[in-house]
Design a protein around this ligand. Structure first.
Ligand SMILES: Cc1ncc(COP(=O)(O)O)c(C=O)c1O
Length: 381
């Protein structure tokens, strides 16, 4: 049976060169970068090369890069690390209702510990109000964390405007952003938006799972969440995941270089628009929940009266892989907190699927997926 993988926001298939780099590291360059001998030096070389490469992509300096175990850890480290480190300056934190659980749960944990947290509301498309943001920042606010691209809807937050508002209101408030869905799909450079901390995950860019990056601007301190051998300048102790880090290098090499003139992936946009045009031809009511100007790779749609979960399995039977709401926590029985936050009626939430594209998908694959969708929808009454 054919396999049409359209769940690229949940994870992506590692590129062959990523797998090759990882296998080579596991078999030959398996040294510990802290070791003084040749094997250690070879591993350290890989670590340095990856640090340079990611720094180049973000237009930052290599010393500002911390390798972590993934997006979840990068988010936890940024948020809790800042809160604990700077709590004597103030105990107020700001975030949104539409963050990934790794951000939301970090803030909820800090709230339990006595921090005051403002959760900004989002509109129908998952966008916060910039006026609300401005109002929320006080002299006590030590951190604001605002997601760049929402993983369920694809909504893009204007980071440059957000950074300006935060810093105008309180120059001492740190700005963290979860760029796990945006990095690789569009221009992401912290200096353009006054971003102090930024999270990235390897497995969303056809790289390995279990490797993440936290950019931390020079001069900012973080309370480490795990202590030990002093790796990553003491911010993230533990022997580095060299196979994962080695796999990140070819994944980064394969990404386009975005510029002001070419700020996002046009190829993904073409795929998404093709899919939307195909949906219009399907003889069944479909509601597009994603905003028109959303990220080029995420499309969230509802078929009222149909259970998204059932639709997913019937598409799977045709070899087509998509997800309900957000696959990061799709095993949970709870309804998506993002779709609830934007005020979708329950029936619409129940009938929601998320289709997410990669540049390695083809128009022909999308046509197959659309035909399968049309066929399966006919079986629902
Ligand atoms: C927006 C966002 N943040 C964080 C994460 C968590 O990243 P990881 O799976 O690398 O822990 C995800 C994963 O789907 C995500 O989409």
């Amino acid at each position: 049976m054919r396999e049409i993988y359209l769940d690229n926001s949940a994870t992506t298939r590692p590129l062959p060169e990523v797998v090759e780099a990882m296998v080579q590291t596991l078999t030959d360059n398996y040294g510990n970068p802290s070791s003084l001998h040749n094997k250690g030096l070879k591993a350290e070389k890989i670590l340095k090369a990856a640090r340079r490469k990611i720094a180049e992509k973000l237009a930052v300096s290599p010393e500002e890069i911390i390798f972590t175990s993934g997006g979840t850890e990068s988010n936890n480290l940024a948020i809790k690390g800042i809160a604990y480190q700077y709590q004597n300056r103030g105990r107020h934190l700001v975030t949104t209702e539409v963050e990934h659980p790794s951000v939301l749960e970090s803030f909820l944990a800090l709230e339990e510990e006595g921090f005051e947290v403002t959760f900004l509301e989002a509109d129908r498309y998952g966008r916060i109000s910039l006026d609300d943001l401005r109002d929320s920042i006080t002299p006590e606010t030590i951190l604001a964390s605002i997601i760049h691209v929402n993983n369920e809807l694809g909504t893009i937050h204007p980071l440059a405007e957000i950074g300006t508002i935060i810093k105008e209101k309180n120059p001492n408030t740190f700005f963290h952003t979860d760029c796990i869905q945006s990095f690789g799909k569009m221009l992401v450079q912290p200096a353009r938006s006054m971003v102090d901390l930024l999270s990235i995950s390897g497995h969303k860019i056809h790289g390995p799972k279990g490797i993440g990056v936290l950019y931390k601007r020079k001069g900012i301190e973080l309370r480490a969440l795990q202590t030990g051998g002093g790796q990553e300048n003491g911010y993230r102790c533990g022997t580095e995941n060299i196979p994962g880090i080695a796999g990140l290098i070819p994944a980064l090499d394969a990404l386009p270089d975005y510029t002001e003139e070419n700020p996002y992936n046009q190829e993904l946009d073409r795929l998404k628009n093709h899919f939307i045009r195909g949906l219009e031809k399907i003889d069944r009511k479909v509601i597009i929940n994603s905003p028109e100007d959303g990220a080029p790779h995420i499309l969230n749609i509802s078929f009222p009266g149909i259970k998204g979960e059932v639709l997913i399995h019937s598409l799977e039977a045709e070899g087509v892989y998509v997800s309900t709401g957000s696959a990061c926590h799709s095993k949970s029985r709870e309804k998506s907190h993002v779709l609830r936050a934007i005020g979708l009626p329950m029936e619409q939430i129940d009938g929601t699927i998320r289709v997410s594209f990669s540049t390695y998908n083809t128009i022909e694959e999308l046509d197959y997926a659309l035909a399968s969708l049309a066929k399966q929808l006919k079986t629902f009454f």
